[in-house]
Design a protein around this ligand. Sequence first.
Ligand SMILES: CC(C)(COP(=O)(O)OP(=O)(O)OC[C@H]1O[C@@H](n2cnc3c(N)ncnc32)[C@H](O)[C@@H]1OP(=O)(O)O)[C@@H](O)C(=O)NCCC(=O)NCCS
Length: 420
Amino acid sequence: MSVEQQLLQPSELPFDPMQSVIVGTGMAIPDHCVTNHDLVAIMDTTDEWITKRTGVRQRFCCAPGVGSSELAIEACTMALADANVLPSDVDLLVTATMTPDEFVPGIAPTVQHGLGLGQVGAFDIRQQCSGFLYGLDMADAAIVSGRARTVLVVGAESHAGYMPYGSSWEILRGQRTGPPDAAAYATATESRAWSVLFGDGAGAVVLQADPDAPGVLSSVLNTDGALSDLIRVRAAGFKQQPWLDIAQIAAGMHHPTFNGLELFRQAVRRMPEAVRHVVDAAGLTLADVDVVVAHQANERILDAVRKEMDVGTDIIPSNIANSRRGSQGDGCWHRHYPQQHRPVWQHNRRNTATVVSRTTPGRPHPVRSARVFHRIRRRRPLGRAPLSPPLAALRAHRDHRPRNSKTGFPRGTTGNPYYP
Ligand SMILES: CC(C)(COP(=O)(O)OP(=O)(O)OC[C@H]1O[C@@H](n2cnc3c(N)ncnc32)[C@H](O)[C@@H]1OP(=O)(O)O)[C@@H](O)C(=O)NCCC(=O)NCCS
């Protein structure tokens, strides 16, 4: 008997087979903007180099004392309001972060408590840039298997703590004027090939079960452990005893190390592979795909991927250099998915198919490529209880903004269907 023959038919399943649908999205970006020009004051770099080599013009950073959990809570609150779903309706919370507030217990319990979800299951995923996709896949699996009806997935990063800017943070925060001290300038310059890419933010989606939705059509996750050295942070690990000490910090082991060139090569090769694989698995062709929501690390990577796949910016859009959304190059790639889904979803023209693709090696569970294919549609959840006052207030704020009659986006925005 073939594997297919051994599988239960939908009518034989002990529960109603469900599909998952994204019913709401939200995001959060900290207030403090650091432009390329700001970085020129604290390291040996130029706006021209950063813009030309990466496409990044600015990034947003958390203030000290603000962690990934705050951003996650803000993004989740927006996503719940967008979905018209109450916190008490959520069955499972999945939080993806490589920069938790504290090493233990991660951010899931803090976010769960902060949102008032009650004692539902809540867990962190440590999958670096791919964390959000892994979270989405776990959420979908929970819904399809009947283990959950409503799942909240959030990716959040507070990378600012990784930035080795030392006393130069005071200059970036406007607390004093330059020049930076020589040691801080040298350390910041050493980091320039990677630190200019990173910023902070969060993105969240609410997924719900729907028996009639097409759901996630195909999904494949891959990890290539052979490439785990491409990005790593050697300090603060339990192979060391003690797990963290002054010697590690003195040796700079708490700073990320980054093989940019090899990451670039991998991304350009793996991303088109991943997209083709997942589209094939869904029984579709590239021509059926409306939008590829891609990892937003570097504009040159996206250019190379577009070239390889012979598509334009309409199919693989970018928000790396879009100052209006304040999202460029923030390195918080988790939140690019909800952020890119949001306008795609809100804009009727593009509500049929979305491919999400990502290619990232990393530690401790390095990910070479991961991808999900979604079919999403506009939908209002049925039979929900009225919104709680804070959610209703958020919703009212959103709905009352004056809109551009043509694009439907808030007035004064670009009208670009993807990045208003
Ligand atoms: C990181 C990245 C932007 C670096 O760009 P690059 O063109 O490969 O640059 P290189 O590291 O080869 O450096 C080229 C030169 O520019 C210099 N340089 C690097 N960063 C610089 C900066 N911010 N300003 C000025 N010069 C810089 C280097 O010192 C080097 O100088 P040299 O030739 O005199 O030694 C690019 O490799 C990249 O985007 N990689 C992929 C990142 C990614 O996908 N990450 C995902 C997971 S986090």
